[in-house]
Design a protein around this ligand. Sequence first.
Ligand SMILES: [Mg+2]
Length: 285
Amino acid sequence: MSAQDLSPAAKKTKLDGSANEEKLKKMIEKVKVVLLDIEGTITPITFVHDILFPYIRKHLSDYLDKHWKEAECQQDVEALRQLAAEDTKAGTPGAITIPAASDDSKERKNIIQAVIESVNWLMDADRKVTALKQLQGHMWKDGYVEGALMGQVYEDVVPILEQWKRARKDIYIYSSGSVGAQKLLFGYSTYGDLLYLFSGHFDTKIGMKVEADSYHKIAEEIKCQPEDILFLTDVVREAKPAEEAGLNVALVIRPGNAPLTDEDKQHYSTLTSFDVLQPDNEFMR
Ligand SMILES: [Mg+2]
């Protein structure tokens, strides 16, 4: 997918001077820090399901062939083998047994086949298990480094983030995806390496995104007051706790995101493009 395809309208958003826009403008002027969600905010909500997950299914066989003799790959396989054994023991329907490790080339084929079936089965069931995540993480890293995968970011995002930086605002990421996965997405994006834009990254190690305490902790970690931060997200269940913690909050509306209720739209400032968050007056003239 080319960068152009990511923008529903490859043109600058027209400002209408509405109360909503005025409020957003005031917010960006006063804050020192912008905290960003990823999916549905700066990256299409479909990226994980339409790009990252299918990548695993498509490339698993080749990946296992290529990396089979490496310790990391064998550790990933062993973790899947143990999980499969636990599932089988627990009588989980559909569990696929992975044969014991072997140097025999014929047996290797059987093992690889079982790993493929097992991974597909785990993904079909949307299992959130370390053994699966570990292998996926290693495969995605390989894909990014080789150029088969590229992180997607909406085209209005990078120019505004650069303006924020020039205006001495610090930019942080807060996502449920691991810091490692965040760094791959931005390090290997369709716009090149974007990691220079960010002062830091947070994931669920600091706490869940639906809990106000997580936002208090982030403010503490960044060493600023909650009201110095603007948090941008696409979902109310994250906006609400951030607001409770005293952060400024705005909801980002992007194609494919879950629709907001009229009540939400009334309560929160909303934006469909980062263009409305230019930090200077230039845009209003
Ligand atoms: Mg999101």
